[in-house]
Design a binder for this molecule. Structure first.
Ligand SMILES: Cc1cc2nc3c(=O)[nH]c(=O)nc-3n(C[C@H](O)[C@H](O)[C@H](O)COP(=O)(O)O)c2cc1C
Length: 192
C-alpha cells in the first residue's frame, strides 16, 4: 500500500473478529519494526507474542479494558535499558523510550499495511503484568498491542491541523518569516 494510504488508514481499533492473525504476517510486522533507527544502532527491543485466550483475558483484566479480552493476539513490546544506560548514562533511558515508540509506530503501520488492525495500549500495572507473563523486573514494558481484524466501524479521529503545530525560527513564533514563504517552485515540488 502507498505510505500515505497506510498512515491515513491506521486508527486505533478496540474490538476484533474471532479470526486468527496469520503468524507470518505477525513476523513480517515485527521485522519491519526492527528496521527503524536505534541509538548507536543498538536494538534493545523484545516482542512477546501472546495467543493464549486465558492469558489474553488476564492481560485485559490487568489493563482494566474489557474489549482486550476478545483479541486474537497481543504483541507486548519490551525493552532492556541496561546496555543503553551503560553507554549513554541517564540519557540512555530516554533513548530507550524513544526508540521503542518509533518501533511501535512502525509495527502498527506495517500491521495496517497487512490489513491487520491494532491499538497501542499504555494503561496497565507493570508489576502485575510482569508477574503474569514472567517478565524480569529490569525489563520495561513499552506497550501492549492487541491486534486482529476489526469488528467495529472505522472512524478516523480528528487530528491537529498542520498550521497549529508549527513555530518558525524561535519558540512560539507562529508567523512564517517572508523569507520562508513557499515559492511557486517549492509548491510545484510538493505536488510532484
Ligand atoms: C502512549 C499511548 C498510550 C495509549 N494507551 C491506550 C490505552 O490504554 N487504551 C486505549 O484504548 N488506547 C490507548 N491509546 C490509543 C489512543 O487512545 C489513540 O491513539 C488516540 O485516541 C488517537 O486515535 P487513533 O490511534 O485512532 O488515531 C494509547 C496511545 C498511546 C500513544
Amino acid at each position: 500500500m502507498d505510505i500515505d494510504k497506510v498512515i491515513e488508514k491506521r486508527i486505533s481499533i478496540r474490538g476484533f473478529k474471532k479470526k486468527k492473525v496469520p503468524f507470518g504476517k505477525v513476523l513480517d510486522a515485527i521485522s519491519s519494526a526492527l528496521q527503524g533507527p536505534f541509538a548507536g544502532n543498538f536494538n534493545n527491543l523484545k516482542f512477546l507474542i501472546i495467543e493464549s485466550p486465558d492469558t489474553i483475558k488476564q492481560i485485559s483484566k490487568n489493563c482494566q479494558q474489557t474489549w482486550i479480552s476478545e483479541s486474537p493476539l497481543i504483541i507486548l513490546v519490551c525493552t532492556d535499558d541496561s546496555h543503553l544506560e551503560r553507554i549513554y548514562g541517564e540519557r540512555g533511558r530516554v533513548y530507550s523510550r524513544q526508540q521503542a515508540g518509533a518501533a511501535i509506530s512502525t509495527l502498527q503501520l506495517k500491521l495496517t499495511d497487512l490489513n491487520i488492525d491494532s491499538c497501542w495500549v499504555g494503561s496497565y500495572s507493570d508489576d502485575l503484568l510482569k508477574q503474569v507473563l514472567e517478565i524480569p523486573q529490569h525489563i520495561q514494558i513499552e506497550a501492549v498491542i492487541p491486534a486482529g481484524y476489526s469488528s467495529k466501524e472505522r472512524t478516523k479521529p480528528k487530528k491537529k491541523e498542520l498550521e497549529t503545530v508549527l513555530y518558525w525560527e524561535t519558540w512560539e513564533n507562529d508567523k512564517r518569516p517572508a523569507i520562508f514563504k513557499e515559492t511557486p517552485e517549492e509548491k510545484a515540488l510538493r505536488s510532484e
